[in-house]
Structures are given as structure tokens and as C-alpha cells.
Design a protein around this ligand. Structure first.
Ligand SMILES: CC(C)(COP(=O)(O)OP(=O)(O)OC[C@H]1O[C@@H](n2cnc3c(N)ncnc32)[C@H](O)[C@@H]1OP(=O)(O)O)[C@@H](O)C(=O)NCCC(=O)NCCS
Length: 153
């Protein structure tokens, strides 16, 4: 018999102490995943993570499960966002939850819209966009998702 133990998951703003956990998360990603997250092929440096957890022109959320960072999502003040989920935790709704939480943050920040760019074959991200009501524009080599924010709801 398989024992199923549920570990509580929390989504919260990143703190400086999360730098190691975020670094480990990025280290578990394939070059393709990193490309999807950053739109460029490079290994993420510690310096970039220090900038991420510092805030400033962006808000970074992390998903933490049993002390481990299993997801990260960053929203910039111009409304653009990007995210990544630990490959072992995908397909369980975490990506959707992170985007929902970013949308809530964006409303708090008074943004009028949020948007993401991704590749046309990134089905999970396209499905998240569809499910959450983003308007999707398909170009040959990228997809743009835009959600206008209603500040009355
Ligand atoms: C995109 C990403 C964050 C989604 O995370 P996730 O936790 O798997 O997301 P969810 O579990 O909420 O799934 C989202 C949708 O994709 C579907 N899905 C998940 N894995 C899939 C797969 N391999 N193929 C097709 N669909 C898939 C889910 O069924 C769900 O669709 P539904 O809402 O219609 O049921 C994750 O795949 C990832 O980190 N990818 C690499 C980085 C990236 O592409 N970031 C996006 C940059 S904008």
C-alpha cells in the first residue's frame, strides 16, 4: 500500500533567505525550461537571484512545500510576468495558482493589465492563459497573452 502524505504548500512573496532555494529550483531545470522562463539560453547566476529576491521594479512570489521552493513567479511593474514550476511538481495546478496570485498582486499594485510571452508549443502556459481569461495572440514564433484587469471585482 502506498502512503500518501500531504505536505502543505504556501505561496508568498520571496525573501532574501529564499535565494538558495530558488537557486536549487533553477538548477533542476533543463536548458529549454530556462529558455521558457527567461527567453534566453543562460545559466542563472547567484547575482541574478540576489536581484530577484531584492524586489524593486518587480514582485517575486515563491511556492514553498515542506521548506523547498517548488515554484517562482515574477511580475514586473510594466505588467509583464514569467514563472517556473519544479519539473516534478507540474500538472497539479501550481502554475495556475501562481498566475492567479500574480494577478491579485497586479490589482493591488493598480496595474491595468498583465501579460506574458511564450513559445507557440508551450501548451501548459497557453492552457493557463486560456483558463484564466487571457487574450492570446499567436505569432509565428511567439504567443502573447494579455489580461485586462477589472478593478471593481
Ligand atoms: C508553464 C508551467 C509554469 C506550468 O506549470 P504547472 O504547474 O504544470 O501548471 P498547471 O498544473 O496549472 O497546468 C496548466 C495546464 O497545463 C496542462 N499541462 C500540464 N502539463 C502539460 C503537458 N506536459 N502537456 C500539455 N498540457 C499540460 C494542465 O493540464 C493544465 O491545463 P488545464 O488547466 O486545461 O487542465 C510549467 O510547465 C513550467 O515551469 N514550464 C517551464 C517554464 C515556462 O514555460 N514558463 C512560462 C513562461 S511565461
Amino acid at each position: 500500500m502506498e502512503l500518501s502524505i500531504s505536505i502543505p504548500l504556501s505561496i508568498r512573496e520571496a525573501r532574501r533567505e529564499d535565494a538558495d532555494g530558488i537557486y536549487q529550483l533553477y538548477s533542476s531545470l533543463s536548458p529549454e525550461d530556462l529558455y521558457m522562463r527567461f527567453f534566453s539560453f543562460h545559466r542563472v547566476t547567484r547575482g541574478e537571484i540576489e536581484e530577484l529576491v531584492k524586489g524593486g521594479d518587480h514582485v517575486t512570489l515563491v511556492a514553498e512545500e515542506g521548506g523547498k521552493i517548488v515554484g517562482e513567479a515574477t511580475l514586473y511593474k510594466d505588467g509583464e510576468f514569467s514563472l517556473v514550476v519544479d519539473p516534478r511538481e507540474r500538472g497539479a495546478g501550481l502554475g495556475t495558482k501562481l498566475v492567479q496570485e500574480l494577478v491579485r498582486k497586479a490589482k493591488e499594485m493598480g496595474l491595468r493589465e498583465v501579460r506574458f510571452y511564450t513559445l507557440p508549443d508551450n501548451m501548459p502556459m497557453i492552457r493557463i492563459g486560456r483558463r484564466l481569461g487571457f487574450k492570446l495572440t499567436f505569432e509565428e514564433d511567439e504567443v502573447l497573452g494579455v489580461l485586462k484587469l477589472d478593478h471593481h471585482s
